[in-house]
Ligand binder design. Structure first.
Ligand code: ADP
Ligand code: MG
Length: 299
């Protein structure tokens, strides 16, 4: 069996080459997932790069990304496959005109490959080319649907009553993401490698900002990362995510700010935080901690 990645470092470098900054544990789990042919369950707060990780792994390994976006009420027909009823009906009408066609013949005909509409899970399993399967926000599906996922991720096969069992041509690299709105079943967790992605350390967040925000100075990226870290230490309803850090940094660059002073921070904090009460707390923090946040450093 061939592997996608040679070493953990190669994963990290590969991800960096597509602008995803991974730490040791992220790169390590992606490496193991490939070696052990196991799905990865990625959990953590919103906006910390869970979805992006799967996309970036696909990009760096030259695999096709197939995404199943989960939502409440998603069922087998949307996740796995469904029959193309319209096309089946049309065929029945045509064949009924033919006196020789028996019902059994018609049935065999309309429940064949030709009338099957593959959905993401089936598409991933039957693909010939290398695939990364992203099952995004899996915590939104009902428990029964979770069981369906488990079945597919355990056996890498699908049984279709009318057609028989379809086996995987290859084992795709699978990432499931969860924002933890509910506990997932023990069975699903057991099947997966587990990766918790938290807010990045200050240095990694600075690197992410430097990578993703064109024309930002190192000094400003450093200050942004420092201030965001201190804001995350406050008791807030919703902490700023990496996407919000990036939005804030882009805003500052657009405004031509190269060094954030207290007024700049207060004027733009609504990019970072989305609740009135959180904004008030941050403003209080900026006012009381000004020297530490806003002094010019020699970085
Ligand atoms: N480690 C990282 N390296 C580069 N960009 C990142 C990283 N983590 C997060 N981001 C940025 O943050 C954005 C939000 O990430 P996303 O994957 O959508 O979050 P999640 O799925 O965890 O809610 C991404 O589009 C990406 O630009
Ligand atoms: Mg996501």
């Amino acid at each position: 069996m061939t592997h996608r990645f040679e070493t953990v470092d190669a994963v990290r470098e590969g991800l960096r080459s597509v602008d995803y900054l991974a730490d040791e544990s992220i790169a390590g789990v992606a490496y193991l997932a490939d070696r052990l042919a196991k799905p990865v369950l990625v959990e953590g707060p919103a906006g910390t790069g869970k979805t992006q990780l799967a996309k970036s792994v696909a990009e760096m390994s030259g695999s096709r990304l197939i995404r199943l976006q989960c939502y409440e009420g998603i069922d087998e027909a949307k996740a796995l496959y469904e029959w193309n009823y319209k096309k089946q009906l049309l065929r029945i009408q045509v064949e009924k005109g033919d006196e020789d066609a028996s019902w059994t013949e018609i049935k065999d005909d309309i429940f064949s490959d030709e009338f099957l509409l593959p959905r993401p899970l089936m598409e991933a399993i039957t693909a010939d080319d290398p695939v990364v399967l992203l099952i995004d926000e899996v915590d939104r599906v009902e428990l029964e649907t979770e069981a369906l996922l488990l079945e597919i991720l355990s056996d890498y096969q699908v049984s279709i009553p009318e057609l028989g069992t379809i086996e995987a041509k290859q084992i795709p690299l699978v990432f499931l993401t969860s924002n933890n709105t509910r506990e997932l079943s023990e069975a699903l967790k057991r099947r997966c490698l587990f990766l918790h992605i938290d807010y990045p350390e200050m240095d990694r967040e600075k690197e992410i900002v430097l990578t993703k925000v064109p024309d930002i100075s190192e000094k400003l990226a450093d200050q942004v990362a420092r201030i965001v870290r201190s804001v995350r230490q406050l008791e807030l309803k919703k902490h700023p995510s990496v996407s919000e850090t990036l939005d804030w940094a882009r805003t500052l660059v657009l405004l031509g700010i190269d060094h954030i002073d207290e007024k700049d921070a207060i004027d733009t904090v609504n990019i970072l935080l989305k609740y009135r009460s959180d904004i008030d707390k941050a403003i209080k923090e900026f006012s009381s901690n000004s020297p530490a946040h806003f002094e010019e450093t020699s970085a």
